[in-house]
Design a protein. Sequence first.
Length: 286
Amino acid sequence: MSGEIMPTAGRGVYGLRVHGLDGVTELPPADGAALGWPAVRVGQRNTPPPPPVPLNDRRGTRILADGRTLCVDRLRGTATFYGPPLAADVLAHPYLAPVATTVNRWTGRETFHSGAFVLAGRAWAVLGPRTAGKSSLLAALAARGVPILTDDILVVDRVDAFAGPRCVDLRQPVPGAAVPTRPVRAGGRLRVGLPPIAPRVPLGGWLFLRWGTALTLTRLPGATLLARLASQRSFGQLPSDPAVLLSLAARPAWELTRPRDWAALDDTHRLLADTVAATSAVGATR
């Protein structure tokens, strides 16, 4: 994005340099690696909003689910929320997500409604419908010492995935996940704080969650993965490079079926760790 010259490095998150949110603790300071990232200044105005404008390659204004309006301007490098002021905790997550998806799609990156964890030095995306338990799985993995890259928005730049805010938000506690939480979002969520992590990690592969009666991990063929990725990318009205989607679909992918039983979390962790280790070993021999 172009626009005004930013006086500081800002916060480095979702592959962006975010300005205007320096007081938001869940957003790590931008380091040297982020200096070449797109910059956007996030602001708020409690004034009448502009009318909605369909998203195109320069700007977009949309009404959010809570009635607020978000206006993102590519040329000015700004994202402005119109409505009652938002608290810092909700600006970090989830309100920064539509800003990040818009700006990153403008740069040619792909974004997905997905979390991700890191094993064997690579990021493994976790996708599924809203009730598939993505955040609870990530919190359980975090309690077992697995680094979490992002909670619900995954930004991918060809071979790399970018870190999100340093938190995972839960609707309810996860039994057996010994991690401290604090209420956020007006008490509607429990927030698990995450430690610092590398700002970008090579993408390893994809996991699609579903509920079932037994714990299984089924490899998905490339054609199936390509169709799923094409349908689940953010803002489909913006063009994607077919070659990029093909390269993403070349990564290994599985469907993870698990029972609605918290006691299965340890077995799930072992299954994922063993599968990633085996996949990494095969890749190293090629």
